[in-house]
Design a protein around this ligand. Structure first.
Ligand code: ZN
Length: 82
C-alpha cells in the first residue's frame, strides 16, 4: 500500500489537503521561515505552521484510524477529498 497524505493536523483539528491549500493561500497557515523546504504531494510547503507556531502534522493513509477522519473545515471524509 502506498503511503499518502490524507490530511493535515493543526489548530486542534484535521483538515483535508484542499482545505489546507486554501488556508495556506489565505495566510491562516504560514511558512516558518526555514530556507530549505519542499513541496509535498499536494503542493503544500513542508514548513508550514499555524499561528501558534505549531508545525502542520501530516496524516498518513497508514496512520491508524486515518480513513475514518473527517475534515474539520469542509466536513468531508478525508479519503473522499483526494
Ligand atoms: Zn476539507
Amino acid at each position: 500500500m502506498t503511503m499518502r497524505i490524507l490530511g493535515y493536523s493543526y489548530e486542534a483539528t484535521i483538515v483535508c489537503p484542499a482545505c489546507a491549500l486554501a488556508d495556506a493561500e489565505e495566510g491562516r497557515i504560514i511558512p516558518d521561515g526555514r530556507i530549505r523546504f519542499e513541496h509535498d504531494e499536494h503542493g503544500l510547503l513542508d514548513n508550514l505552521e499555524d499561528h501558534h507556531g505549531n508545525p502542520l502534522r501530516p496524516v498518513f493513509s497508514t496512520d491508524e484510524g486515518a480513513h475514518d477522519e473527517f475534515c474539520g473545515s469542509c466536513l468531508e471524509r478525508l479519503e473522499w477529498c483526494l
